[in-house]
Design a protein. Sequence first.
Length: 255
Amino acid sequence: MKAIIAGNWKMNKDNGQSRELVLKLMSLVGIDELKNRQVILIPPFTSLSILAELVMNSPIKLGAQNMHWERSGAFTGEVSGVFIKQLGCEYVIIGHSERRHLMGETNKEINRKLKTALDIGLIAILCVGETGAERDAGQTESVIEKQLTQGLEGFENEAHKMIIAYEPVWAIGTGKTATLEQAVEVHKFIRGLLKKPSTIIYGGSVKSDNIDQLMAHEEIQGVLVGGASLDPESFARIIQYQKFLDKPKISDSSD
Ligand code: PGA
């Protein structure tokens, strides 16, 4: 299985900056370096067509940051999954913590979006994760269990068609990465809840200086990178993690 290296640009990079970033990134990363990893660029909607052209003949894939659960209709300001798929997106982030916490997106809405993504053949990157207060209150597992059970309700057996991203909210954009132990513990918890083997990736202050340690653990099957994906040098270094990996795989004796 290929490791997932996804860059979520959030609301950054206009069209010109998007073009510049991708061209620079493509000049820094060799095709042979992408053999056992899947790079996914997730720019703002407005940059998707430009990126689709630029990555057309490369192994780099595209994703969108959100979509509506309806395919079309009177939903001013929303974007259809069908349209983003037509633009060349194969992936879509659903339930990012910024949408859950800043835009009030609920598990029920996330559930509808996931269903539509499955129906139209987009690979959803479903984000789950606890806030700092929830972790401190010992609620990490119950919060994540609720996000997963409500989010996947009705199609629990199809979670393996998605990517699950564990993104502790307290680690996003804060520079505070979860320790390897914390990330692995939650990854295992998530894996235990899912019916079939699924891809689980980590997100939250992933940087060029912690990527090697994270990717060294077999439980972490990829990363969702925010801030560090905005700089081509640092994202290239993240993509090239194996090059710098001088430690053997961390063996986990706990299971
Ligand atoms: P960050 O964001 O890497 O800037 O912490 C991660 C994310 O929001 O997906």
